[in-house]
Design a protein around this ligand. Structure first.
Ligand code: ADE
Length: 203
């Protein structure tokens, strides 16, 4: 049983961190990992740990989605010795008017969004071995949309890497692609109990 104000301690590769329990809605609380708030040394170490899991798949390039995947892609690329990396964007900037697009829904933002791939960046992934990385794989919705977008651009996605997988709903959402997933740790989601506490759910 977890206390609403408490943190949840989790192992992410070689590091242990306390994640604040954060209420998303009446029936859902998550142990929040904000990769932009964890500091340089944490994300550099996590990137190196994840790169070690992804290296056997011999990726040519690392791809992630804005915003919280950006530091993950950067540090995994650095650790793999790859200079170029690609970020699928969510904000429709001027140069993305003609971008390849896929709809997506996130549990932390709640509102419908679109993932965008700049057509000028398609040669970076077309016909190439891609490692798709993210901070947390929760529902699998973001990864599924990223996979559709990358495959539409001709990418060969050889591995999917996450700092954490949350619950296991993502397995059904990804189908056979769930077999591509490697992660540095696992967290449950938390739901209220009838006595006012929170219970861990791993399914
Ligand atoms: N636990 C979590 N931390 C950060 N982003 C998330 N998105 C879904 N679950 C999350």
């Amino acid at each position: 049983m977890a206390d609403e104000r408490a943190a949840y301690q989790v192992t992410i590769g070689s590091q242990r961190v306390d994640l604040p329990l954060t209420r998303i809605s009446d029936d859902l609380t998550v142990a929040l990992l904000m990769t932009i708030d964890t500091g340089v040394s944490f994300i550099a170490t996590a990137g190196a740990d994840l790169a070690a899991l992804l290296a056997p798949s011999r990726p040519d390039i690392v791809v992630s989605a804005a915003t919280l995947g950006i530091p993950v892609a950067l540090e995994v690329s650095r650790a793999l010795g790859l200079d170029d990396y690609l970020i699928l964007q969510k904000t429709p900037k001027a140069h993305l008017a003609d971008a390849l697009a896929e709809p997506l829904q996130s549990i932390t933002t709640g509102t419908p969004q679109r993932l965008l791939l700049d057509r000028a960046r398609m040669p970076a992934v077309a016909g190439r071995r891609v490692a798709l990385v993210d901070d947390v794989i929760a529902t699998g919705g973001s990864i599924a949309a990223s996979l559709r977008l990358l495959r539409a651009a001709g990418a060969d996605v050889v591995a999917i890497g996450a700092l954490l997988v949350e619950g296991s709903g993502w397995r059904a959402a990804l189908g056979d692609d769930a077999d591509l997933v490697v992660s540095l740790g696992r967290i449950p989601v938390f739901r209220p109990t009838t006595t006012g506490g929170l219970a861990e759910h791993w399914d």
